[in-house]
Every structure is written in structure tokens, then in C-alpha cells.
Design a protein around this ligand. Structure first.
Ligand code: UGA
Length: 437
């Protein structure tokens, strides 16, 4: 079966490569000619573990192609996925669906025979039906179906998440479309992963509800961590004690400097707008957004307080800038709030991130020095801050750190070290929701 992906962002590229790995012939299409050119040259535009190798092997096997010509790609394709961005609209924060509709209309105009159009982009409930209307208008003679198939992969573990998901959700309303989807996901169904078939609207809503719920878990545990600090409890034990209850579950209960990335911040806001439009007030998610926004500023304050309420001309080493490890993605990262807040108070930043610095250099200005390894970044610093939990920071040589820092002060916003070990190693160690030692 021949598949086309429109949009070569995170979801489009990873899903396209993975479907090629399943044995389908896939063409990834993008309007951005230079991006297509560089993909053709074998350059992967994002840092995602495993993607490089999988992309190259499938290109080599003749199953994966890149094109800027949608009409050509659609010839003898049976299914086309729309995986374009749905960023917040600049004036009202609603999900901007213009790229989705533009892609759908173009597909309608360029298709010569039956086509199944599957929306993978995150879109509000009701969009699929509107997409079908727009396509009918653009080409009244075309035979087609529209389906919704939200993606749940995480950056940093995208390939594994795609290949071994907890479930696949598909909103589909015709037998013909369902049969095509069944074929596409056969490799996943064959290993007993559930495929949940729903209406278009339910499928669209599942994506927003899932992301908003996970974001809620994070915001909730972050507030519990604050409470732990005041009451002398330990957030690691509290989260475990909660998470062992199967009704709650252990995942997404790790406290941190506030969630970031291209999804939770955007999707929680779009969820609120979607609910407002439907005359439903989503007070829970509204609080989550507010709590998470404020948390990023509170984290800057925490560092400020740890430095004795004065960071003027102090050198602060920062390990990690990306919104999570194993990605070079800086979108909505807490570092984008925390670093400027500290620099505003006169701090001098010494930073290192294993993959994010290329992108980060475009986003920060001010008193920052960039280093190419963790130890170099911490030399003579008055404090060391851990912002992203990259594995290489977990294995750091504490004796060396102690020698390099001017003041043995560590503020760990990801709880990657054990307080007692840090105390023994001679540091003042401040983490989240645990005792300061
Ligand atoms: C998220 C969802 O997890 C995916 O299921 C979804 O497909 C994706 O959004 C999307 O909509 O495309 P992602 O943004 O890649 O994936 O990253 P996550 O691993 O979920 O982390 C998001 C943020 O939450 C990060 O800043 C992370 O540090 C933070 N987080 C996560 C915590 O602070 N604590 C946790 O316990 C988990």
C-alpha cells in the first residue's frame, strides 16, 4: 500500500519513517523545498534517538521518499495522512487549523480517485467533519473518506512509542476506511496492541483529553512537591505512595520546573478555547495552565533565594536547556523563563546542553557563555543548576564538581541526585519537594 504524509515535522517524519519500516511505501511531502532537499540528502532535521538509522535504512530499501510535489505523490496512493502543525492562533490562542484545511483542499483538488484522508495533526473536536466538507467543496466529484488518528508519541522516545504504543485511536465512519486502517496498523494489532475505533469527534477529543490529563498530573505533583517542602515530607515517597495505587499510576508524577515542549502548553490552551467555544468552562485545565506558567517564575525565585537573594555578578552554571532530555527541542522550555529572569537580576550564565545549544543560541541573549561540556560550564561558578535530566548529568563525578565550583551549591530542579549522597560529598543541595541538606 502506498502512503503519503503531508508535513515533515516531528509527527509526520517519525510516523512516515515508521510506516516505511512496517513495509509500506511512504512519500513524505512538504512545501518547504529546502527541507525536502536536505531530507533527500539524508539529513534528519531533528535530534531523535534512532530516527537517523531508521530513515536511512528505509530510503535504502526503496520504501521511503521525500517530495515537494503533492500531486505526484498522490498518484496511486490509497491513504494520505495530514501531519501539519496546529500552532496557537496569534490573536486568540485557538488551534490554528489553516494548514490542515489548506492541505485537505489541496489533496481534494489533486486526487484522481478514492483517497482516505487521515488527520494526525492535533485538532479540536468537530474538525474532521469540517475537513470533509471543505474537501467536498474543493472537488465535488471525488470519492473519499476522512478519519482521525491522533498520535501519542513523545519526543526522545518517538520511535519506540510509535512502534509499541499503549493503544492506537482511530475515528472512522466507513467500512472502506476502516479496512484500510486495519491493514495499516496490522503490525501493531498483530502484537495484541488495542486499536480503538471511535467516532471522529471522540478520537479528536481523546488526544486533547489525554494531553490535558497528563499535564494535570504534572501540575498537581508540582504543587504537592511545594507542600512537601513546607511540611518536611519527601515528594519521591509521596509520588510513589500515590502511584502504586493502580487507579492513579506511577507515570507523570515526577516533579520538575514546569512542563514544556510543543504539545502540553499548546494543547492545554487549545483545550480551554475549544471548551469555551462549546460553552463549557474547563476550570481544571485553566488552573493547570496558570499553575505551570507561574511555576517557571517560581523556579527562578528558588534559584535566586538559594543564592542568598542576590545573583548580581554571580556565575551560575546551568546543565540542560531543552524541555526534556533526548531532544534538541527548546519550545516552551522552563529555561526560556528561568535564565532571562536570573540575568535580569545581574546573573552571569555558564551553560551546557548536550543537544539543545544550537537552537538555544538563537533564543537567548544577554550574559551567557556557552560550553561544550558540563565540567567546563561549572568552572568557578557560584552555583550549579540542573534544569534537564540528561543521563550524562546523572553520572557526574561529584569530587570533580566540588573542585570546579567556587561555592559547593547545587540546585537540582529534576531531583536527579540523592540528598544524603550530596550532603556527604560536601554540597549544599537544594532539590524539589525534599529536604535541603
Ligand atoms: C507529549 C505526550 O506525552 C505525548 O503522548 C504526545 O503525543 C505529545 O505530547 C504530543 O502531543 O505530540 P512530549 O511533549 O514529547 O509528549 O513530552 P513528555 O515526555 O510528555 O513531557 C512533556 C513535559 O512534561 C516535559 O517538559 C517534561 O519534563 C514534563 N514532565 C513529564 C514532568 O515534568 N514530569 C513528568 O512526570 C513527566
Amino acid at each position: 500500500m502506498k502512503i503519503v504524509f503531508v508535513g515533515t515535522g516531528y509527527v509526520g517524519l517519525v510516523s512516515g519513517v515508521c510506516f516505511a519500516e512496517f513495509g509500506f511505501t511512504v512519500t513524505c511531502v512538504d512545501k518547504d523545498k529546502s527541507k525536502i532537499e536536505s531530507l533527500r540528502q539524508g539529513k534528519v532535521p531533528i535530534y531523535e534517538p534512532g530516527l537517523d538509522a531508521l530513515m536511512h535504512s528505509n530510503v535504502k530499501a526503496g520504501r521511503l521518499f521525500f517530495s515537494d510535489n503533492l500531486g505526484e505523490a498522490l498518484e496511486d496512493a490509497q491513504v494520505v495522512f495530514i501531519a501539519v502543525g496546529t500552532p496557537p492562533r496569534y490573536d486568540d490562542d485557538h488551534a490554528d487549523l489553516s494548514y490542515v484545511f489548506a492541505a485537505a483542499e489541496e489533496i481534494a483538488r489533486l486526487s484522481k480517485r478514492y483517497i482516505l484522508v487521515v488527520t494526525k495533526s492535533t485538532v479540536p473536536g468537530g474538525t474532521g467533519r469540517k475537513v470533509a466538507e471543505a474537501m467536498r467543496k474543493a472537488n465535488p466529484d471525488l470519492e473519499f473518506d476522512v478519519a482521525s488518528n491522533p498520535e501519542f508519541l513523545r519526543e526522545g522516545s518517538a520511535i519506540n512509542d510509535f512502534m509499541h504504543p499503549d493503544r492506537v485511536v482511530v475515528g472512522v465512519e466507513s467500512q472502506r476506511a476502516k479496512e484500510i486502517i486495519d491493514k495499516l496498523y496490522h503490525p501493531i494489532k498483530a502484537v495484541n496492541i488495542p486499536i480503538l475505533y471511535t467516532s471522529l469527534e471522540s478520537s479528536e477529543l481523546i488526544k486533547y483529553a489525554a494531553n490535558s490529563f497528563l499535564a494535570t498530573k504534572i501540575a498537581f505533583i508540582n504543587e504537592i512537591a511545594d507542600l512537601c517542602e513546607k511540611l518536611g515530607a519527601d515528594i519521591v515517597d509521596v509520588a510513589l505512595g500515590m502511584g502504586l495505587d493502580k487507579r492513579i499510576g506511577k507515570q507523570y508524577l515526577e516533579t520538575g520546573p514546569g512542563f514544556g515542549g510543543s504539545c502540553f502548553p499548546k494543547d492545554t490552551i487549545a483545550f480551554i478555547r475549544m471548551a469555551e467555544q462549546a460553552n463549557v468552562r474547563s476550570r481544571v485545565v485553566e488552573s493547570v495552565v496558570m499553575s505551570n506558567d507561574l511555576r517557571k517564575y517560581r523556579m527562578a525565585e528558588k534559584i535566586f533565594d538559594a543564592c542568598g537573594g542576590d545573583v548580581k555578578n554571580k556565575n551560575i552554571a546551568v546543565l540542560g536547556l531543552t524541555f526534556k532530555p533526548n531532544t534538541d527541542d527548546m519550545r516552551e522550555s522552563s529555561s526560556l523563563i528561568i535564565l532571562p529572569e536570573l540575568m535580569r537580576e545581574g546573573a552571569i550564565m555558564q551553560v551546557y546542553d548536550p543537544q539543545g545549544m544550537h537552537e538555544a543560541k538563537k533564543l537567548f541573549s544577554g550574559n551567557i557563555t556557552w560550553y561544550d561540556n558540563a565540567y567546563a560550564a561549572m568552572k568557578n561558578a557560584d552555583a550549579l543548576v540542573v534544569l534537564t535530566e540528561w543521563n550524562e548529568f546523572k553520572q557526574i563525578d561529584l569530587a570533580k564538581v566540588k573542585k570546579l565550583l567556587k561555592t559547593p551549591l547545587i540546585i537540582d530542579l529534576r531531583n536527579i541526585y540523592k540528598p544524603q549522597e550530596m550532603h556527604k560529598a560536601g554540597f549544599k543541595y537544594i532539590s524539589l519537594g525534599r529536604e535541603t541538606v
